[in-house]
Design a binder for this molecule. Structure first.
Ligand SMILES: [Zn+2]
Length: 349
């Protein structure tokens, strides 16, 4: 059976997301999905908003933010612009992660497609014919861009909130100073039972529109201040805030003017409210990180949380998401000079 599948898998690898989706539709006999996305409650809205801040076909000057810019010929096949105020010339890629990139634009788009299919770093490398280290760098540049997009998300409506924990991981880390404890074997238990300082706490919130936020806040159990710092500015006033019985959430609901729905210990729901959505959010996140990617280093965990938010939780169709990802990656502002993915803190708290 395996021998028969191999050439088919090879062929599928060469298809883009649109083509793959078509194949899926033929196989499952489903009709093309109509994309119903309320633009006010989706990632799409963020893209539209961003577009509104550039001048149609002319991006703002990346040096002085001036609007007084005109087209100024082409460079390497790309439209060049000149700023009337500071006289600098630039292209669309200045101050984006595409600046100075060594792989082709087509390869980057293909890489985005691979990420839409949750391929591992190694699989992406093979598929795009780039080195494993280049694949690693691109994965995190793209996820950093996604993190930028994620930072603008504000939840409203009915929001379920809860924390989850991941074992500290220094996977792939070669600096011995940071290795304050021995990395455990994959799948092994942590050295201390229960919630200890060897676990990173990741509070997460998700609403019914499929928008979600999640971020490492601390090691071990979170304090009210730590949870509060996570929620602050990310949930609209007047929203319904559904949580378990952790006392910290009372204070947070009050501070942020949220209607608090508390699920008491041992209960599954409170009236029509429950925390099933956040529970399945967590199990899907764990499945992706622990099973699919075989664990990720703590320093990259935040990036994988937004990856999960975008790929598994957001409600747009896969075609729409691929478009959003490509568009955002190519336009998000990011100082790419001296950009080193692996220099971030081992424990980002
Ligand atoms: Zn300028």
């Amino acid at each position: 059976m395996k021998m028969k599948l191999k050439p088919i898998v090879e062929m599928l690898r060469n298809l883009n997301v649109d083509e793959l989706t078509e194949v899926m539709m033929i196989l499952t006999g489903s009709k093309p999905e109509t994309v119903i996305v309320d633009p006010i409650k989706s990632f799409k809205e963020l893209i539209l908003k961003r577009k509104a801040t550039s001048l149609g076909d002319r991006p703002y000057c990346p040096h002085c933010q001036s609007h007084r810019v005109v087209k100024n010929g082409h460079k390497d096949g790309r439209q060049r612009f000149i700023c009337k105020d500071c006289k600098h010339t630039y292209t669309w890629t200045n101050n984006t992660i595409l600046y100075g990139m060594k792989i082709s634009y087509d390869t980057l788009l293909k890489y985005c497609d691979c990420m839409m299919h949750k391929m591992t770093i190694r699989q992406c490398a093979t598929c795009c014919r780039i080195s494993k280290s280049s694949s690693f760098d691109w994965r995190h540049k793209i996820l950093d861009a996604l993190q930028n997009m994620h930072n603008e998300v504000v939840l409203n409506g009915i929001i379920e909130s809860d924390e989850t924990y991941f074992g500290l991981s220094f996977k792939g880390c070669k600096n011995p100073d940071i290795l304050t404890r021995l990395p455990h074997k994959r799948g092994g238990s942590n050295h201390v039972r229960g919630i200890s300082d060897e676990l990173v706490c990741v509070p997460c919130s998700v609403n019914l529109d499929g928008l979600s936020i999640g971020k490492i806040t601390n090691l071990g159990r979170p304090t009210t201040d730590e949870l509060s710092g996570f929620i602050k500015g990310r949930i609209e006033e007047g929203s319904f805030f559904v949580t378990d019985s952790l006392n910290s959430y009372d204070q947070i609901a009050e501070d942020n003017n949220l209607t608090h729905i508390k699920i008491e210990n041992g209960k599954h729901k409170n009236g029509m409210f429950n925390i099933q959505k956040i529970n399945s959010y967590h199990s899907e996140l764990k499945r992706m990180i622990n099973d699919l990617f075989k664990g990720v280093a703590t320093k990259y965990l935040n990036n994988y949380v937004v990856y999960h938010n975008f790929i598994n939780i957001a409600k747009e169709s896969i075609i729409e998401k691929a478009k959003i990802l490509k568009e955002f990656v190519c336009s998000t502002l990011c100082n790419s000079r001296g950009y080193k993915v692996n220099l971030r803190d081992a424990i980002p708290v």
